[in-house]
Design a protein around this ligand. Structure first.
Ligand SMILES: *Cc1c(COP(=O)(O)O)cnc(C)c1O
Length: 356
């Protein structure tokens, strides 16, 4: 049976990207070598690297004064690289959940951290509004999509200081006004590729302002100078990322996928809002179009496990909510077809018919 993959990360990737990767693992473009065994200094891999960067630049309209880096270590290493490179005395963070907190915790190792606003009072079910970004800080850090709670900052905010964003789980899901940001980072495994590669989009002029010594591998300028080839890059993961981005370009780019993503999310949110059994956990104006969180209403709480089994039998994978929210989470990343969302909606309706 065909599975409907709602995993939060690593997540579903376009079928064609997987097929092309499978071929390239055995024989890259007919050269008689595998993508996993060619040299990262070979002209073949250099071309792959260049094309992947060009696709990023084209799809997100990244201006010339920004560098695009592909690194290791995941978004989690960026939690420390950001303050290592940018925090001289003080930084500001928006507290929108677990990932935001992990970033904030690392920053505290390097200086003073101001929490500008927090939605912890309501278990992070909303994006704080009406806060003021301080002007006496080195940067302001936000997490645009809160993967665990299903909340999202769907606009590009104006910041009086360098804006840094963790876009791990909504990169390439919508157009982004890159020039409003000094640095954008994320793990590829939520929307643009397999695990193992981390993207960083950085405006060079934000660097060189801290006095501390930075270890070579943790210094952004090392990777800028060496075109992400200071050490061996994750060649296989970069290849699959290229194929994923080629697919995205082929279907009409970020503008087009945003329309499709909104449609998918609307379909599921409508089903939740019209349901007798299910209820969404995020406040409506903060709802994410990438991770959709819902639970059973109190009177049906004892049915959660039964629904999980029911959905599993119908081919749904990865819909268990994160332990800090409970219930269900359907991740509707770029590569998830609308047919999978429809299948989940049908499954919810059928369960309700049998049980409500
Ligand atoms: C998954 C995730 C991370 C962690 O990414 P790793 O690549 O596993 O380190 C960080 N931030 C957000 C918003 C995430 O969704």
């Amino acid at each position: 049976m065909k599975k409907h993959n709602f995993n939060a990360g690593p997540c579903i990737l376009p079928e064609v990207a997987l097929e092309n990767t499978a071929k390239a693992v055995l024989d890259l473009d007919g050269i008689g070598m595998s993508i996993l065994t060619i040299s990262h200094r070979s002209k073949e891999f250099e071309a792959i690297m260049e094309e992947t960067k060009a696709l990023w630049r084209e799809l997100l309209h990244i201006p010339e004064n920004y560098h695009i880096l592909f690194l290791g270590g995941g978004a989690s290493l960026q939690f420390c690289m950001v303050p290592y490179n940018l925090l001289q005395s003080k930084a500001a963070y928006l507290d929108t959940g677990v990932w935001a907190n992990k970033a904030l915790k690392e920053a505290k190792l390097f200086g003073e951290v101001v929490t500008v606003a927090s939605s912890s009072d309501k278990n992070y079910t909303y994006i704080p509004k009406g806060f003021t970004i301080p002007t006496d800080v080195d940067y302001f850090h936000i997490t645009t999509n809160n993967t665990i709670y299903g909340t999202e900052i769907k606009y590009d905010m104006d910041s009086p200081v360098t804006l840094v964003a963790d876009m791990s789980s909504d990169i390439m899901s919508r157009p982004v006004d890159i020039k409003k940001y000094g640095l954008i980072y994320g793990g590829a495994q939520k929307n643009v590729g397999p695990a193992g590669v981390t993207f960083v989009i950085i405006r060079e002029d934000i660097l060189g302002k801290v006095e501390r010594k930075i270890p070579t591998m943790l210094d952004y300028s090392t990777h800028i100078k060496n075109g992400s080839m200071f050490n061996t890059p994750p060649c296989g993961a970069i290849y699959t990322m290229r194929e994923t981005l080629k697919w995205l370009k082929g279907i009409g780019g970020v503008e087009k996928i945003n329309e499709l993503n909104k449609k998918k999310a609307q379909l599921l949110y409508d089903a939740i809002d019209n349901s007798k059994m299910f209820v969404g956990t995020a406040e409506k104006d903060s709802r994410s179009i990438m991770n959709i969180c819902f639970v059973m209403k109190p009177e049906y709480k004892d049915k959660e496990e039964a629904f999980m089994d029911f959905a599993k039998k119908a081919g749904m994978v990865g819909i268990k909510g994160h332990r800090s929210v409970g219930g269900f989470r359907a991740s509707t990343y770029n590569a998830l077809p609308i047919e999978s969302v429809q299948a989940l909606v049908d499954c919810m309706k059928e369960f309700e018919k049998q049980n409500a």
